[in-house]
Design a protein around this ligand. Structure first.
Ligand SMILES: *[C@@H]1O[C@H](CO)[C@@H](O)[C@H](O)[C@H]1NC(C)=O
Ligand SMILES: *[C@@H]1O[C@H](CO)[C@@H](O)[C@H](O)[C@H]1NC(C)=O
Ligand SMILES: *[C@@H]1O[C@H](CO)[C@@H](O)[C@H](O)[C@H]1NC(C)=O
Ligand SMILES: *[C@@H]1O[C@H](CO)[C@@H](O)[C@H](O)[C@H]1NC(C)=O
Ligand SMILES: *[C@@H]1O[C@H](CO)[C@@H](O)[C@H](O)[C@H]1NC(C)=O
Ligand SMILES: *[C@@H]1O[C@H](CO)[C@@H](O)[C@H](O)[C@H]1NC(C)=O
Ligand SMILES: *[C@@H]1O[C@H](CO)[C@@H](O)[C@H](O)[C@H]1NC(C)=O
Ligand SMILES: *[C@@H]1O[C@H](CO)[C@@H](O)[C@H](O)[C@H]1NC(C)=O
Ligand SMILES: *[C@@H]1O[C@H](CO)[C@@H](O)[C@H](O)[C@H]1NC(C)=O
Ligand SMILES: *[C@@H]1O[C@H](CO)[C@@H](O)[C@H](O)[C@H]1NC(C)=O
Ligand SMILES: *[C@@H]1O[C@H](CO)[C@@H](O)[C@H](O)[C@H]1NC(C)=O
Ligand SMILES: *[C@@H]1O[C@H](CO)[C@@H](O)[C@H](O)[C@H]1NC(C)=O
Length: 537
């Protein structure tokens, strides 16, 4: 007899569902034959089921249909599951491709994965990760295939899928598939996503509050139109690589070291990690070349100093009104290649050409205030995702765990506290009151969603998890909060030796809940969690 052993073996004490669903006592053959026949049995509106396929634990699943821009055509799977692929029509000119991965060791928990960038790529790694934890997981292509936004051109319904409809349809249909396959509905519903996926989590919270009981939203692409303006404005700041304003890529390493000189001790300990980048008011004049200096690889011209000051200043219209907050200092290792490289940023280019203007001839080299204003006004299908009223989510008892890496070089981490404050003022709630259902954590030493110099491993992805203990895993933290009422006060991240899991743990650090920030106590091993504390601003 196969029993549901995930709860006993993998989940820390207290996280197990009190009453796990055991709709069928699957023997291996039963599960395989149920899976084989489900494709023809599913009764779903607006859907065409392509196939259902049993995937055995340990299989390196071949995915020949995967768009090449989305990654390699295979995915390692660690548990027995039933893979169901289907198409769901969402309008008379668009639809989504989606998949449901239903593990034989089902925990009773449903989960939707999200997407990234402008991409239409099913999140196979996230589905492999979450099914390994017993979730029935779904993923969709966000209404188009591949990483490009070219599919938006003159297709407002495809943009609508990308803005909100794919993720919602994926959930509605996915829950129905879960119910029909296991014979009874899921018990709790979760979301895990980052970047565009973080925005999708908040879109659900804002507009489809019934979709999830627990949401993990990382580095969310909120105020999406303005974000793409901000991504595009760096070209205007740096100019092309042959211009006087341009700061060579290698020079950003020098800037990074200088930032550490000025700001690393603001958290009480100089370890190359800014616990709270928002209090670093970096002044690049310190790198100004002396009158005798000819060594441009270690100093900046006055014009380049101005470039550096500008990237660390908010983007405003000429009248001073805010478009998007500044890039936080500390992210240079990523940002130098992503947005300070003297080229227009691809997401800005494609979103403006195909979703804002429907004009492939739009010129990203002359981006200016007019473009920022036009994007904010057009706001196709309310992709902005900036509603500050989350009372519907709160009212039904759902929980939101929001995190943002403090060395994110793609979406500035300073937009996340801005959204948190927007919710706080819109709802008229203090942080102590928001704590009941919405908590935001600033994750130091963490790049865009994953990676980085610090304790960046918080269970946010398959490749970024150390432990299933809720204190160290954002997904299990939200499960523990939803199912047992134990809300996270901190999220402990792990830094692996050399950034490599197999090399072992270098140190751990407990990341603080906003608005608190992390400081070194002044005594004790700085690599010990207890040598740090969360203090009020
Ligand atoms: C099916 O499509 C129709 C027409 O687009 C729509 O009205 C209906 O809500 C859809 N059903 C579901 C379950 O999404
Ligand atoms: C996307 O790819 C799937 C195969 O994975 C295919 O069935 C579907 O037709 C494609 N959709 C579009 C819009 O190209
Ligand atoms: C899966 O198969 C591909 C193609 O043969 C291979 O490159 C990849 O390393 C395999 N992955 C695993 C985890 O075995
Ligand atoms: C269910 O989970 C247990 C514990 O990890 C594992 O030993 C077993 O192989 C799994 N069963 C199936 C059918 O995947
Ligand atoms: C498709 O839907 C749009 C919006 O609902 C409608 O205006 C249009 O007439 C429809 N086109 C067709 C061919 O049904
Ligand atoms: C794959 O993705 C690229 C980039 O988004 C797109 O141009 C292409 O049409 C896609 N191919 C298929 C077969 O869907
Ligand atoms: C940046 O924009 C301003 C105002 O539109 C313009 O004068 C300037 O030439 C632009 N810089 C670059 C490098 O494109
Ligand atoms: C940076 O430092 C220089 C020299 O001390 C000073 O003149 C300048 O005002 C400072 N800039 C900012 C933005 O604080
Ligand atoms: C520049 O070089 C001259 C001659 O070596 C020296 O006298 C002067 O002090 C130097 N100035 C600076 C700012 O280093
Ligand atoms: C500013 O942007 C608008 C809209 O893209 C464009 O038409 C205009 O030429 C740009 N202005 C300059 C000075 O390049
Ligand atoms: C976006 O930018 C526009 C100016 O282009 C501004 O009016 C608006 O407040 C900004 N929205 C957000 C959410 O930042
Ligand atoms: C550290 O990681 C890099 C790849 O990220 C690898 O090339 C190198 O060998 C590793 N060094 C050690 C000492 O493990």
């Amino acid at each position: 007899m196969i029993v549901n052993r995930w709860a006993q073996l993998l989940l820390p004490v207290g996280v197990a569902l009190a009453d796990p669903i055991l709709p069928r006592q699957y023997g291996t053959n039963d599960f395989q034959s149920s899976c084989a026949s489900i494709a023809s049995k599913l009764a779903l509106e607006n859907a065409t089921v392509y196939f259902s396929q049993f995937v055995a634990a340990g299989q390196n699943l071949s995915i020949p249909d995967r768009n090449a821009t989305c990654g390699a055509p295979y995915q390692a799977v660690s548990v027995d599951l039933c893979r169901i692929a289907l198409y769901v029509s969402t309008s008379n000119s668009s639809g989504i491709n989606m998949e449901a991965w239903l593990p034989s060791n089902f925990s009773g928990r449903f989960l939707s994965t999200g997407n990234g960038g402008l991409a239409g790529c099913i999140g196979y790694p996230d589905m492999a990760y979450t099914t390994s934890l017993g979730f029935a997981s779904v993923g969709a292509n966000n209404g188009h295939n591949g990483t490009s936004g070219g599919a938006f051109y003159n297709q407002p319904e495809v943009v609508a899928d990308f803005a909100y409809r794919s993720i919602h349809t994926n959930v509605v249909v996915g829950k129905e598939i879960t119910k029909q396959f296991y014979g009874s509905p899921h018990k709790k519903s979760y979301y895990l996503g980052c970047s565009t996926g973080g925005r999708q989590g908040f879109k659900s919270a804002q507009d489809f509050p019934e979709d999830f009981d627990g949401i993990v939203a990382g580095a969310p692409a909120l105020a999406f139109n303005n974000l793409t303006s901000w991504s595009g404005h760096f070209y205007n700041v740096t100019g092309p690589p042959d211009s006087a304003t341009f700061v060579p890529t290698a020079m950003w390493t020098v800037v990074h070291e200088d930032i550490m000189k000025q700001c690393d001790l603001l958290d009480g300990y100089a370890d190359g990690i800014l616990e709270d980048a928002s209090i670093c008011n970096y002044n690049a004049s310190s790198l100004l070349c002396g009158s005798n200096s000819t060594n441009s690889s270690s100093c900046l011209t006055p014009i380049q100093v101005n470039t550096v000051q500008k990237v660390f200043s908010p983007l405003t219209l000429s009248d001073g009104s805010l478009v998007y907050p500044r890039m936080q200092p500390g992210s240079e290792a990523v940002a130098a290649f992503a947005v300070y490289n003297g080229q227009p940023f691809i997401y800005n280019v494609e979103f403006f050409k195909y979703a804002i203007y429907n004009d492939p001839a739009w010129n990203p080299l002359t981006i200016n205030d007019t473009d920022y204003i036009n994007a904010a006004i057009k706001n196709p299908s309310d992709i902005n995702t900036w509603k500050g009223d989350l009372s519907a989510v709160q009212a039904r008892g759902a929980k939101i765990l929001h995190y943002h890496g403090q060395m994110d070089g793609i979406i500035t981490s300073e937009n996340s506290p801005r959204y948190y404050e927007h919710v706080s003022s819109t709802m008229g709630k203090t942080p102590a009151e928001l704590d009941e259902f919405y908590r935001f954590f600033r994750i130091s030493g963490t790049a865009h969603c994953t990676g980085g110099d610090g304790a960046s491993v918080i269970g946010q992805q398959l490749e970024s998890y150390q432990s299933l203990d809720p204190s160290e895993n954002v997904l299990m933290a939200v499960v523990e909060w939803v199912e047992n009422g134990n809300a996270p006060e901190t999220i402990t991240g792990t830094h692996w030796v050399n950034g490599t899991k197999s090399a072992g743990v270098d140190y751990k650090r407990a990341h603080c809940k906003y608005p608190k920030r992390n400081v070194y106590k002044g005594v004790g091993d700085p690599k010990a969690v207890e040598s740090w504390e969360c203090v009020e601003e």
